[in-house]
Design a protein around this ligand. Structure first.
Ligand SMILES: Cc1cc2nc3c(=O)[nH]c(=O)nc-3n(C[C@H](O)[C@H](O)[C@H](O)COP(=O)(O)OP(=O)(O)OC[C@H]3O[C@@H](n4cnc5c(N)ncnc54)[C@H](O)[C@@H]3O)c2cc1C
Length: 316
């Protein structure tokens, strides 16, 4: 999974405009179109339908309105308003009130102060509305600034928010105590971005070892941590370690991505664990989709066969 060559390749493809245009045209067109395996749909209504289906299986949800790396303040303002609207729709629908977002979607690449203002607009509506807001972690260029913004807002008294830490980065073992000192909730992931060897583990085994070390710390000293991974050996380790240390099932949760390892999602719930599914939706699904292919090149086969099926169906 941590094959850097494949991550680099898919990262390159993700920046190829003709491919993006082509994929955007076909990827979500029909219920069976290839991107729908990982993305709930392009509209909030589709996301809510997916969330209801997930919740009916006994799992919790977090919604991600896709979009990242926005390059103007007007776009960031629109994205912020969209999040405010989404919260209204979520409340009306009755599904779980949990949202994941990226700071570059709120204008981080354009102007840090405006990004902070936009995030405050979201949090000012979210907190009284009973929402929890998770700041996703993007590539390493954003690690420090994301943590700084998180700390600033924490200092201002916002509490219904959490961060994400990536086990692949060397620095994370120092960032973890920094976030724990605040008392904040951490989602631990392995890391979806291709990072250079100067700052990140390159071998899967090293990433897994770092993940396991930090998972144990979080189980003992964390504040309702989330272990976001599809790796069954990490689930087994968490369950075993929690049992040994007397950490109850209600003091942490597992998180998995929509469309990936539904078998595991279900078996974790059946075993009494809390499980949350990350449900992405929206028109800007291409970079997210390419990251999922880069994590598991075998996914390309299923994408290619579904494109071929679609072409056959069109000709028939
Ligand atoms: C809820 C959630 C939120 C996340 N948020 C972030 C974030 O904010 N920032 C960030 O950098 N990363 C994030 N990630 C992605 C994460 O960093 C990894 O890139 C991703 O989860 C793949 O690693 P893994 O831990 O599942 O384990 P791996 O060791 O990579 O894989 C273990 C097994 O999981 C399955 N699997 C893994 N990936 C896929 C896939 N794409 N398709 C099909 N099967 C797969 C396979 O069966 C594989 O054998 C998030 C992941 C989850 C689950």
């Amino acid at each position: 999974m941590f094959d850097t060559a494949s991550k680099a390749f898919f990262h390159l493809l993700a920046g190829t405009p003709p491919l993006k245009t082509l994929a955007s045209r076909y990827g979500m067109r029909r219920p069976s179109s290839f991107a729908r395996r990982f993305i709930a749909g392009e509209t909030i209504e589709e996301a809510i339908a997916a969330a209801r289906a997930v919740e009916s299986r006994g799992l919790a949800i977090t919604l991600d309105h896709l979009g990242e790396s926005l390059s103007s303040l007007a776009q960031a303002d629109t994205a912020t308003r969209e999040y405010l609207d989404i919260m209204n729709t979520v409340v009306a629908s009755g599904i779980g009130r949990n949202i994941s977002l990226k700071l570059t979607q709120l204008g981080l690449d354009v102007d840090r102060a405006s990004c902070v203002d936009n995030l405050r607009r979201v949090l000012d509506k979210a907190e009284p509305g009973g929402f929890f807001i998770r700041l996703d972690m993007e590539g390493s260029a954003y690690t420090e600034v994301t943590l700084e913004i998180f700390e600033t807002l924490w200092g201002l008294g916002y509490r219904e928010m959490g961060v994400v830490l990536q086990a692949a980065l060397y620095r994370t073992e120092e960032d973890l105590p920094r976030v724990l000192r605040l008392g904040a909730r951490v989602r631990l992931v392995k890391g979806a971005y291709q990072e250079p060897k100067q700052i990140a583990h390159q071998r899967k085994q090293e990433v897994d070892e770092a993940y396991a070390r930090m998972m144990k710390i979080l189980l003992v000293s964390g504040h309702y941590p989330a272990f976001a991974t599809h790796d069954p050996s990490m689930h087994a380790l968490a369950l075993q370690f929690a049992k040994e240390r007397g950490v109850g099932d209600d003091r942490y949760e597992f998180q998995l991505l929509y469309g990936i390892r539904r078998d595991l999602q279900q078996s974790l719930v059946a075993g009494g664990s809390r499980v949350r599914i990350y449900i992405p939706f929206g028109r800007e699904w291409f970079p997210y989709f390419m990251r999922r292919l880069g994590e598991r090149p075998a996914n390309v086969r299923s994408v290619v066969s579904s494109i071929l099926d679609e072409r056959r169906a069109r000709r028939a």
